[in-house]
Ligand binder design. Structure first.
Ligand code: XMP
Ligand code: MG
Length: 187
């Protein structure tokens, strides 16, 4: 699928498929160097991180296992409240493990901040964060994100795992949605 296929719903392509894949390779090389000699447990946050997990996992050379969590932020509106409910927990006991949380996007950072504290309480050897995208608001929270793909403007983005009303997750690029689709209000 490309930009033309979703036509009027797409405002613009923000990050192309080639740029995404190049960045994933770059992140994987950094992660491989940092975790040399270790085994990793990469934890994808459903559903948005599915694409970045799949591509990152294939680019990594570090021995790894993959697990998944599904969390949902309570609260009305489009902004996350920081109060998080675990819809699906890990299958893995992470005590003593090197854990790398893989996220699609950090907006306020509240969801990930909660998640990292939750994981740290399970006595892992380490908890790292890899986020493909980060919005400027995230800089206001105390969150040490070692691996960031792209800092993006404060616009609602879709594609490569990210949805609008569950659509567009399968786009191979990141785009912004035309204002008429979501009624004109920016996230
Ligand atoms: P916080 O604010 O807690 O929330 O960092 C992060 C979660 O919010 C969702 N999110 C988006 N989803 N396009 C999306 O499709 C966006 O532009 C966007 N901004 C935030 C996403 O679920 C992320 O995990
Ligand atoms: Mg998400």
């Amino acid at each position: 699928m490309d930009a033309a296929d979703i036509g009027m719903d797409l405002e613009k392509v923000l990050i192309s498929e080639d740029e995404l894949q190049a960045k994933i390779s770059e992140l994987a090389a950094r992660i491989d160097a940092d975790y040399a000699g270790e085994k990793l447990l990469i934890v994808g946050v459903l559903k948005g991180a599915v694409m970045v997990m799949a591509d990152l996992a294939r680019a990594l050379r570090t021995p790894l296992e993959m697990d998944w969590m599904a969390v949902s932020s309570y609260g009305a509106g489009t902004k996350s409240s920081g109060v998080v409910r675990v819809m699906k927990d890990l299958d893995t006991d992470i005590a003593g493990r090197h854990v790398l949380v893989v996220e699609d996007i950090i907006d306020s950072g509240l969801t990930l901040s909660w998640l990292v504290h939750n994981l740290e309480s399970r006595n892992p050897a380490s908890v790292g964060i890899c986020a493909l995208l980060r919005k400027p608001d995230a800089l206001k929270v105390d969150l040490d994100v070692k691996y960031v793909g792209f800092d993006i403007p404060n616009e609602f983005v879709i594609g490569y795992g990210l949805d609008y009303a569950e659509r567009y997750r399968n786009l191979p690029f990141i785009g912004t949605l035309a204002p008429h689709v979501y009624g004109g209000a920016k996230s």
